[in-house]
Design a protein around this ligand. Structure first.
Ligand code: PLP
Length: 391
């Protein structure tokens, strides 16, 4: 059975070039970047080259890039340090955030007494910027706004440039979880004035266990892992040199091929929308996911017009890997918070959400196989329902 992978928002396969780069580093560049001898200095040079590359992509200074182990760590470090070191007493966020932001915010509420304000999205999954401005103007408390750039379940894009401007006007700090958009879109942080952002290499064909935090210069942020002076004392611990090399290679490939990859993926997404609409009666798309300009092109959130909690398993048995929401909550029996926010009760009871997420490796043939499998499941469902009604 030829397996089909349509869960690229959860993680992506490593590029061959990334594997080659990492293997070469593992074999030859094994020095500790903090060592002063030539082995150490070689590793240090590698780190600094990748840091420069990341900084060039974001139009920022290399000193503003802190290598971490993942998106989760970056988001934790930023939010916790804003509270612990920068005097943040209030966090404005949304119920659509990834668990690593949502749980960290809740932790800060429980342990540090931080006030948390949730901006309620509408049924398209959009956050109102007027609500944000109003919330900001309601209190003088030092505030952090934490709103993600591209939603990992429905793909909605937030205008982070505008949000950053509103935050600046109201003297608030702005953190954006950019894990899903990083390396998939141009991001110019000399123009988009976010204070903090996050990245995870495995979302763009790099290795797991390698990411970075963007920390605006002079923000005063400190780390949560204490120890040695690595990463300007913001993230103690010997750096994951091979992982960082993999991140750098993956970023280079993504940036150099961004136009080609994105136009291929957009075509695949449009094809998937057309085929699903033609072949699955009653299918709709969640949030802004089917709007090409308002959503991340790698994510399509589908709402099937029947309830089938086993759908992921059924597709997996047909060799198609897909998720119903984010990978982090896919093992949970509870519906995802994002779906609870945008669907009404009737929809929740009678429909099945599916997240199809693409990469430059996805083909139209794979989409055909997915649509055919879904058609089969939908047909069976109709037959079963018909039998029940006529029993
Ligand atoms: N933020 C978003 C939006 C994500 O989609 C993910 C991963 O699913 C993360 C954060 C966490 O990233 P990592 O897996 O690197 O911890």
């Amino acid at each position: 059975m030829n397996k089909i992978y349509l869960d690229n928002a959860a993680t992506t396969p490593l590029s061959e070039e990334v594997i080659d780069t990492m293997v070469a580093v593992l074999k030859t560049n094994y020095g500790n970047p903090s060592s002063t001898h030539s082995f150490g200095q070689e590793a240090k040079i590698l780190l600094e080259n990748v840091r420069r590359e990341v900084a060039n992509y974001l139009h920022v200074s290399p000193a503003e890039i802190i290598f971490t182990s993942c998106g989760t760590e970056s988001n934790n470090m930023i939010i916790k340090s804003c509270v612990n070191h920068l005097g943040v007493e209030r966090i404005i966020t949304s119920p659509l955030e990834h668990k690593c932001v949502a749980e960290t915010v809740l932790d800060m509420k429980k342990r540090k007494g931080v006030e948390v304000v949730y901006l309620r999205p509408d049924n398209k999954g959009d956050i109102s910027l007027n609500d944000l401005t109003e919330a900001l103007q309601k209190s003088d408390k030092k505030t952090l706004v934490s709103l993600m750039h591209a939603n990992n379940e429905i793909g909605n894009l937030l205008d982070i440039k505008k949000v950053a401007e509103i935050c600046k006007e109201n003297n608030a700090l702005f953190h954006s979880d950019t894990v899903q958009s990083m390396a998939h879109m141009e991001l110019d942080f000399s123009d988009i004035k976010v204070d903090f952002a996050s990245c995870s290499a495995h979302k763009f064909h790099g290795p797991k266990g390698s990411g970075f935090a963007f920390v605006r210069k002079s923000s005063g942020l400190k780390g949560i892992i204490t120890g040695g002076p690595q990463e300007r004392s913001l993230r103690a611990g010997t750096e994951n040199v091979c992982g960082i090399a993999g991140l750098g290679k993956a970023l280079e490939l993504s940036v150099n091929n961004m136009e080609e990859y994105s136009s291929h993926i957009k075509e695949i997404k449009k094809y998937a929308i057309e085929q699903l609409q033609q072949k699955i009666e009653g299918v709709i798309f969640n949030g802004r996911s089917a709007e090409m300009d308002a959503s991340l092109y790698t994510v399509l959130s589908v709402l099937l017009p029947f309830k089938d909690p086993m759908i992921g398993l059924k597709l997996d048995m047909k060799g198609i890997a897909i998720s119903q929401g984010s990978a982090c909550s896919s093992g949970a029996s509870k519906p995802s918070m994002v779906m609870m926010m945008i669907l009404d009760e009737e929809e929740m009871n009678n429909t099945t959400p599916l997240r199809v997420s693409f990469s430059h490796l996805t083909t139209k043939k794979e989409i055909d196989a997915l649509v055919a499998a879904l058609q089969g499941i939908a047909e069976n469902f109709k037959i079963e329902n018909h039998d029940i009604e006529h029993r």
